[in-house]
Design a protein. Structure first.
Length: 188
């Protein structure tokens, strides 16, 4: 069984990216499971807070959930053609102290998907994640892409992907992502 941690890069209650992760949970291959998580409790990174108080409990708990997973699936919004600040902030906390990076991120399979009201979806945000994932030593999966455009129309009132083509792209993405995670397990 491949254990995936799904991380929404949005704080909104009716987030398109949280909805995309819930759809992913429905479309996963039978030999995988996904646990969804939020970054809502992660405070703004402050080096003085880290020095005085250490790593916040919410950050430490999320680190342990990542460590317990086989793969991390990030559903990213796109703000101003890049990574949303709250999502980057969470990763910045998760990479502290530097000595934890190999344990939390090193060789971890990571996928990035996203939904946005933009006509190009989250293509630029996903591209902006690449240098971050590289410096953390992850194993990003590039076998397929999910950039859901016009998200305000792509999801119905229940938060479900309304278009069967979008659902099929997500299903194929997840099949490849899970297979990649399985292959990477055999290498470690």
């Amino acid at each position: 069984m491949i254990a995936i941690l799904g991380l929404s890069g949005s704080l909104r209650e009716r987030s398109f990216n949280s909805a995309l992760l819930r759809c992913a949970a429905e479309l996963l291959p039978p030999d995988a499971r996904i646990e969804l998580t939020s970054i809502r409790e992660i405070p703004l990174y402050d080096g003085d807070v880290e020095t005085r108080e250490g790593i916040p409990k919410s950050v430490q708990a999320l680190k342990e959930r990542i460590v317990a997973s086989d793969a991390l699936l990030i559903a990213t919004p796109e703000y101003n053609n890049s990574i949303p600040g709250v999502a980057k902030n969470a990763i910045d906390w998760l990479s502290r102290p530097n000595a934890d990076i190999p344990r939390v991120f090193g060789q971890r399979v990571v996928g990035v998907i996203g939904a946005s009201p933009s006509p190009r979806g989250t293509a630029l945000a996903q591209l902006a994640w690449l240098p971050v994932l590289r410096v953390l030593g992850t194993r990003p999966w590039f076998g397929a892409s999910v950039y859901v455009p016009y998200a305000q129309k792509a999801f119905d009132d229940n938060g479900e992907l309304a278009d069967e083509g979008d659902r099929e792209r997500l299903r194929r993405y997840l099949e490849g992502f899970v297979e990649y995670a399985r292959q990477m397990q055999t290498l470690t």
